[in-house]
Write a protein that binds this ligand. Structure first.
Ligand code: ADE
Length: 253
């Protein structure tokens, strides 16, 4: 899978994709991430990428032309991309299902915005989708682009060494993760739950699922409505609801 990221801070993006799981996937040829300096697609001597907003007001707006030219050049080299993403706080919220959808595409262009905004014609006639990574405003699209590239890449087969760890991890099911421990079994009087040392695989599996359901129930009950729970997990949830009811009754009395 190929990403092309267009930015005025290429070093920032290059540094972030060079290490870790993503860096290894790139080295192995499973992923390709090309970074383009937006200034290379300007046509003036000063390589200007922004200008004042029509109608007045503070701040600068990223010009349409360099972004169009960059995307056209990428298209000329590599064919029409499957998606042209504009990260923006006005976009659709980036969640696991979105990452999964994008991980099935072969070629994605990401256009990083900066300054007060991006010329609206980019949004209307160049980007095929606008994605927000959360309800806050970043100073530019680079960090959002990196979040998208990272989350999508780890869902591409062959990127993460142990496919089971991606398949089983929390959001794949719509649940939060269960607790993890490693050696030593006792650290400064803090012990690992005995079941994890028991060697009893069925019991360990049951404990983990219970923890995942409990955490989701306590911390992110909104996720449960969309989670794909099996019968065992639904039973755990019923028990938790009963416990909660009992607690509420106890408080009332
Ligand atoms: N650019 C600035 N803020 C952003 C956000 N929250 N998500 C995606 N892109 C952004």
């Amino acid at each position: 899978m190929r990403f092309d990221v267009v930015t005025i801070f290429p070093r920032m993006v290059e540094a972030a994709v060079a290490d870790g799981i993503l860096g290894r996937a790139i080295d192995r040829g499973v992923m390709e991430v090309r970074v383009h300096d937006l200034r290379d697609f300007t046509s003036d001597r000063h390589r200007v990428v922004d200008d004042v907003p029509f109608g007045g007001g503070p701040g600068m707006v990223l010009k349409a032309e360099p972004l169009f030219r960059a995307t056209e050049e990428i298209e000329r080299q590599a064919g029409r991309p499957s998606a042209v993403i504009l990260p923006s706080p006005q976009g659709r919220r980036f969640v696991h299902q979105e990452a999964l959808r994008l991980s099935r595409l072969t070629h994605i262009v990401v256009l990083c915005g900066r300054y007060e905004g991006v010329d609206e014609r980019v949004r209307e006639h160049l980007a095929t989708e606008e994605i927000s990574i959360g309800d806050y405003v970043l100073s530019g699209g680079e960090l959002a682009a990196l979040v998208i590239v990272d989350a999508v890449a780890r869902l591409v087969p062959g990127t993460v060494g142990d496919a089971a760890s991606v398949r089983d991890e929390s959001f794949a099911k719509g649940l939060l993760d269960w607790p993890h421990y490693t050696r030593p079994a006792r650290f400064r009087d803090m012990a690992v739950p005995p079941v994890l040392l028991s060697g009893h695989h069925a019991e360990i599996e049951k404990w983990r699922r219970r923890q995942a359901v409990r955490r989701t129930f306590e911390r992110r009950p909104d996720l449960l409505a969309l989670a794909s729970l099996d019968e065992q997990e639904r039973e755990i949830l019923r028990e938790l609801l009963k416990e909660q009811e009992k607690g509420a009754k106890h408080e009332r009395n």
